[in-house]
Write a protein that binds this ligand. Structure first.
Ligand code: ZN
Length: 671
């Protein structure tokens, strides 16, 4: 299940390999500039204009940026590892055999097509055989164990107010559209997507053997039931507020919210160890489940569960299911034109399901000690810059500064890959059973999460796999995490000067550190507990400054008629603004008097260009629309220009004048 409070990440792409032979265009690139553009009018165009012209979006992508380019190369390294591991050589080690057989089964489309629905038939039969609504609890537990999302989500997580405790966590869920707003809004775009969703659900039911008429009726039932759940779901922006998703209660009190559901049965059948208390993200949702169990007939519920079983497994079912799934979730929702080749999907499934086994092979092949050492040095320099920044803030009183510094000092960091690898040896992988492998890997993961309940917190665990091109801050752990995959050009380039590296990975480190102090992170203390350590006056001063950022980004429009949600994106935008500022401070501390120009650019100019270029991107309109509703990150153009128009340091570096677009009349500044 998604964590209730998601570790705040950078969200770039996914995969890239260390020490791979990197082609020049993955590095900082002066040829990517549009020298006809004026950096004071549109810096993003100036830094990325020629790159955007020369890098159209490939047909199997919804957007294309410099990280996707890295990701594609990285997939090829993983593909090599997997193809080698997939050769049925008796001398393969246990890990190679496991990831190799998983990949081989996934690639074996012929066997997948020949099996039809057989891998999930037992699940579908069990649903069909349900004799009363009381049996829903046991069936949903079964679905959840097999990795099939339905109705709600159950897992473990740290207690927000006692971060040393792992407790049971239960949350709203059960929707197959990407956000509750798709069920509730009535603008033309949303209505059109809802119509296509209905057609998609019907198509899947038809593929599963229903008559066209029955499939249409069933799709209506699914939409009706999901709409009822959506109405009582907490909106995405509110979900970012930890106080709004923290309701710790006893199992008995929780069961009273929804007496129609046999919760004891569910908890036992789910495989959870015994527990007393759990956190409920949004109690109103569970009250509405209670009402829906009364309102909808047993047949309606069977239809709903059948849909979710088929929907969850579609990517590993026969080709017609995969095609249908892509038509809606790929084409309609993101604008991609073509389904990605099978090998790319199978590499990603392996990374997703056996990620630390594949990641271990990836690290053996690619990751060196040098990347780790130099990254640690930069982390140190940027932490010092944040300490300086906090000391110098004009809007914060000494009492709160003291607390902020305690929190900063307590932040730990993890770089590269886990000290202890996850052991998947209990997961049975068969060379002829792609969907079954998927379900067994999901069972392992579901149980692994539940087993944490009541156990000490494992602070060495990673939330991303090593080849991932991304990074995150976890407010409950108070740590920053940088997988091996991101310690590469254009973020980190051992051949490049400091200005380029601070504009790249330096900004990433600053971004993650700032998350500890954004509108969400600031509510957690040095130990990762949800506790208010701010004086009321300082909290008010913070909120005023944060409101400036929220208003700024809400004014940005990625597609005519669509605006960004300033509050949904506030944490990420705050982290971008703080991250660039801190990285620049650390750069200037590092280079001292060395003001040498390179290629005609000052260190500051190169720093800003490097920052601009890590975000060069082309995106389809559908993708921009989807993300404006669901993504806490702003589109690349605004991640660059939105930050720089707040920075006097940028204005000075490029001699911009008041009144020009890149100089905000009302510049925002939090950190
Ligand atoms: Zn972030």
């Amino acid at each position: 299940m998604r964590k209730l409070i998601l570790p705040a990440c950078l969200c770039l792409g996914t995969l890239f390999g260390q020490n791979a032979s990197v082609s020049p265009n993955l590095h900082f690139d002066l040829n990517a500039l549009d020298r006809n553009a004026n950096p004071c009018v549109d810096f993003y165009q100036y830094a990325c204009g020629t790159w955007m012209k020369n890098n159209p979006i490939p047909p199997d992508q919804s957007r294309w940026d410099r990280f996707d380019a890295l990701q594609e190369r990285n997939r090829e390294i993983l593909r090599e590892i997997l193809e080698e591991a997939a050769r049925p050589d008796p001398k393969r080690d246990a890990i190679s055999k496991q990831i190799g057989d998983y990949y081989a089964a996934c690639m074996d489309e012929k066997t997948i097509n020949a099996k039809g629905l057989a891998p999930i038939q037992p699940e579908l039969d069990r649903i069909r055989a349900l004799s009363d609504k009381e049996a829903l609890a046991a069936e949903i537990a079964h679905l959840h164990r097999d990795g099939m999302a339905a109705l709600f989500e159950f897992s473990s997580g740290q207690d927000f107010k006692n971060s040393n405790a792992e407790i049971a966590q239960i949350g709203q869920g059960g929707l197959a559209l990407p956000d509750r707003d798709y069920y509730l809004k009535d603008d033309a775009d949303t209505v059109a997507i809802r119509q296509k969703y209905l057609a998609h659900v019907a198509r899947i039911f038809e593929l599963a053997g229903e008559s066209a008429n029955q499939a249409k009726t069933d799709a209506q039932t699914v939409l009706k039931l999901e709409t009822e759940l959506a109405k009582n779901s907490l909106d995405r922006t509110s979900q970012r507020d930890p106080e709004k998703v923290y309701h710790k209660m006893s199992k008995q009190d929780f069961a009273k919210l929804d007496p129609s559901f046999r919760w004891n049965q569910y908890f036992t059948d789910s495989g959870a160890p015994g527990f007393q208390d759990l956190n409920v993200d949004w109690p109103d949702f569970f009250k509405s489940v209670n009402a829906a169990i009364g309102t909808f007939s047993l047949d309606d519920w069977k239809t709903y569960l059948r849909w979710h079983a088929l929907h969850s497994e579609a990517p590993l079912l026969p080709e017609p299911f995969v095609e249908a799934n892509f038509d809606f979730y790929g084409k309609t929702l993101t604008g991609a034109k073509e389904l990605r080749p099978r090998w790319k999907r199978c590499v990603d499934f392996t990374d997703d399901q056996l990620g630390e086994a594949l990641g271990r092979k990836f690290v053996e092949r690619t990751f060196g000690a040098e990347g780790k050492e130099r990254t640690l040095k930069m982390v140190d320099a940027i932490e010092k810059a944040l300490g300086q920044d906090i000391q110098n803030l004009t809007w914060m009183t000494p009492a709160t500064k003291q607390q902020a510094l305690v929190k900063l000092k307590a932040i730990t960091n993890k770089i590269g890959y886990p000290e202890k690898w996850r052991d998947y040896s209990s997961v049975e992988i068969r060379r002829d059973d792609a969907a079954g492998n998927g379900m067994r890997a999901d069972q392992f993961e579901f149980q692994r999460e539940l087993n944490k309940i009541g156990k000490p917190v494992d602070r060495l665990e990673w939330g991303m796999t090593p080849p991932t091109v991304n990074a995150y801050y976890d407010p409950l752990m108070n740590n920053i995490n940088f997988p091996a995959g991101i310690l590469q050009p254009p973020f980190f380039d051992k051949a490049a000067d400091d200005a380029i590296n601070y504009g790249g990975i330096g900004m990433v480190i600053g971004h993650e550190l700032t998350h500890g102090f954004d509108d969400q992170g600031r509510q957690f203390d040095a130990k990762g507990n949800l506790r208010d350590w701010w004086t009321p006056a300082d909290a008010k001063a913070f909120q005023e400054r944060a409101a400036c950022v929220a208003d700024e980004y809400a004014s940005f429009s990625p597609v005519p008629g669509v605006h960004l949600n300033g509050k949904l994106t506030l944490g990420e935008n705050t982290a971008d603004n703080g991250g660039v500022r801190l990285a620049l401070m650390a750069l200037l501390n590092t280079i001292g008097d060395n003001r040498a120009k390179i290629d005609g650019f000052t260190p500051e100019q190169r720093f800003f260009l490097s920052f601009g270029q890590i975000w060069c991107q082309n995106a389809r309109e559908e993708d921009l629309r989807l993300r404006a509703r669901t993504d806490p990150h702003s589109p690349a153009r605004f991640r660059v220009n939105g930050v720089l128009e707040n920075m006097p340091e940028f204005e000075k570096a490029f001699s911009c004048k008041a009144g020009q677009p890149m100089v905000a009349a009302n510049a925002c500044h939090v950190w």
